[in-house]
Design a protein around this ligand. Structure first.
Ligand code: KG4
Length: 362
């Protein structure tokens, strides 16, 4: 099935065309540089920029897919989680198109998109033949599986009983992992969003140069991540001081390493069956998504954990699929459609509303 998908949940205006597991186009217009001076997303600016750009990204996504509007079977849109006034721009546009083109509209959970992005197939990516009518295949994954979302707003470890049936095993008590990396980067004067810059500097640094206490040490089986204590410790370490280039690399490496070690420990604890009622089940697959899943060091550590635990770790095949994008919404839309989560009549379509706090338990 061919879906035109839209995501305006944060500071990326994005549209894509997806057929089964195949991404035919994925257009992302990032606003990040325009929010940089506020050190985070400035909501009313995000709303205005989405409004200005949405028609262009949709037009380009259809053009890049080499399909025509007639060949689009359905429209999908992120309804949450995200910034309320940003979400509503994408939802209004998706409603308008679904009604104009007489197509069903699929409301999508952005977090399910992050998880499913690990299942996109690369091999068709450069195909010149626009395949149509393909169903999204869930191949080579055994259930229950684990899902890990590490983004700028969410850090959630979930048990995937089967696709569409999720149970939260661990979530952050305070900051998300990406948010913590962004804040650490900011303390080092590296701008916003800083996760990728921090990663680059960390490669040149010594992760043991500065001793930072691991969050929730000894309490890994409580189903919680926490990054605020680490952030405060880093603030104390860096505030009001100036550092050499090498020291900045060492600080970046030390912070990143501690933040990742905490994450790995929680995932490991859940694998050991200490969390919830997953104890007696063998888990063989882990799907990882979200902006921080682009990080090479994190991938290395999760793969190492996988090798030690008999776990296949699946990541999106490209960084573009890690950070917010509409293609993952199209992939999740295929699943939601198969589950019957689809609005067809005018009344049903118009009833779709944003759900800013949506998560896996909703
Ligand atoms: O998924 P995403 O677009 O998130 C939300 O909007 O929630 O991810 C954005 C986050 C930011 O915190 C950004 O710093 C982080 O992902 N990020 C990275 C990398 N690339 C993006 N963090 C670490 N290493 C990277 N290479």
């Amino acid at each position: 099935m061919t879906i035109l998908s839209i995501d305006t949940s944060a500071d990326e205006t994005s549209a894509a065309v997806v057929d089964g597991n195949i991404i035919l186009s994925n257009v992302i217009w990032s606003q990040a540089s325009l929010h940089a001076k506020w050190g985070g997303i400035f909501p009313s600016l995000a709303k205005r920029l989405h409004g200005e750009r949405i028609d262009w990204v949709i037009k380009k996504a259809i053009h890049d897919s080499r399909l025509t509007i007639n060949e689009i079977d359905a429209v999908a849109v992120t309804v949450g989680p995200g910034l309320a006034i940003a979400l509503e721009v994408g939802i209004a546009k998706a409603k308008e198109l679904a009604l104009k083109w007489n197509r069903p509209l699929i409301p999508v959970n952005h977090l399910e998109g992050h998880i499913i992005s690990a299942l996109a197939l690369q091999k068709f990516r450069r195909s010149r033949i626009p395949l149509r009518g393909t169903k999204l295949q869930i191949q080579d994954i055994n259930f229950p599986a684990l899902g890990l979302v590490v983004s700028g707003k969410n850090t959630e470890l979930i048990a995937i009983e089967k696709i569409g049936q999720y149970k939260i095993l661990a979530r952050t008590m305070d900051d998300a992992l990406g948010e913590a990396l962004d804040k650490a980067a900011r303390m080092l004067g590296l701008g916003y969003p800083g996760g990728a810059v921090l990663e680059k500097l960390a490669r040149e640094g010594n992760p043991s140069a500065y001793k930072l206490t691991l969050p929730l040490l000894g309490r890994e089986n409580q189903g919680k991540f926490s990054y605020s204590g680490l952030k405060t410790a880093f603030y104390r370490l860096t505030n009001g001081k100036s550092f050499t280039k090498q020291e900045i690399c060492d600080l970046a490496a030390s912070f990143q390493s501690t933040a990742f070690e905490h994450l790995i420990r929680i995932v490991r604890a859940s694998l050991r069956g200490r969390l919830g009622d997953r104890g007696n089940l063998t888990i063989t697959d882990l799907l990882v998504g979200g902006g921080v899943a682009a990080n090479v060091e994190l991938r290395k550590r999760l793969r190492k954990l996988g090798r030690k635990s008999g776990l296949k770790v699946h990541f999106p095949y490209t960084k573009k699929l890690c950070t917010d994008n509409a293609a993952m919404v199209g992939l999740a839309g295929q699943l939601a459609f198969a589950r019957g989560e689809v609005k067809r009549t005018k009344k049903e379509i118009e009833s779709i509303d944003r759900i800013p706090g949506l998560d896996f338990s909703s």
